[in-house]
Design a protein around this ligand. Sequence first.
Ligand SMILES: C[S@@+](CC[C@H](N)C(=O)[O-])C[C@H]1O[C@@H](n2cnc3c(N)ncnc32)[C@H](O)[C@@H]1O
Length: 255
Amino acid sequence: MNDEVRDIWNANAEFWDGRMGEGNNFHLKLIEPVQLEMLKIAEGMQVLDVACGNGQFARKMASLGARVTAVDFSEKFIAIARSRESKNIDYRVADAASAADLNKLPSGHFDAVVCTMALMDMSDISVLAKHAPLLMKKGGIFVFSILHPCFNSGASTLVHEMDDLSGQSEDRFGVKVRDYLVETERLGIGMAGQPQSQYYFHRPVSAVLRAFFNNGLVLDAYEEPSFRDIGDSERIFDNVYKNIPPALVCRLRRG
Ligand SMILES: C[S@@+](CC[C@H](N)C(=O)[O-])C[C@H]1O[C@@H](n2cnc3c(N)ncnc32)[C@H](O)[C@@H]1O
């Protein structure tokens, strides 16, 4: 399955890079500010960026003074990332589901490990959950963001209802959730027009966190960013996710 997932990311890499550039609306408005707040990048900080994609967040962290090792299992994404600014960034092809690949990284070396919007794209998170604490310095942190498993996954449907309240029409936006506790995989579209559908791996929040708790990490920050401050939109996605978070961001710490 992991090979199939990798082939799809390789097929989508160029298209994805064209749309993502140095960050799209979702990243720049919702994810990046929260992750940077949790990471508190300082000059010379050693950061491992797992599943770095085209490297946009690695470049952001390097521009703030971090020394970044950025890995992805897609050779295409790493080639794209390497073709951009790479000062203070060491890009490598590595599979986060492979113990052999993660063992090639220096142990006890990183102040922070970050994984941006990618755990729900991984067929297996247990290997990363086991190795991340070993790669971190004592007191090191693991910051990750994912699509919110409660409200933005294959187990949810976006809902737009309109009521006529004594002549006043009112729009209501929400999410219908089913089978939340069932771990499933499904094909979906991350960006309209992408060449191939990609796999999403739905796990309830408890399953994601338990993988890390079982390896000695503790949760010390949790945020649920939304489009609350964004004005009116035509898109049901933006309207639903004003008062419901489409993503969550966590910081775990090595005790
Ligand atoms: C939604 S993209 C996010 C990329 C980047 N972190 C960002 O925020 O722009 C998901 C990434 O996860 C990578 N990925 C999925 N499974 C992986 C694995 N087992 N090991 C390494 N990278 C993986 C994909 O190649 C893809 O680059």
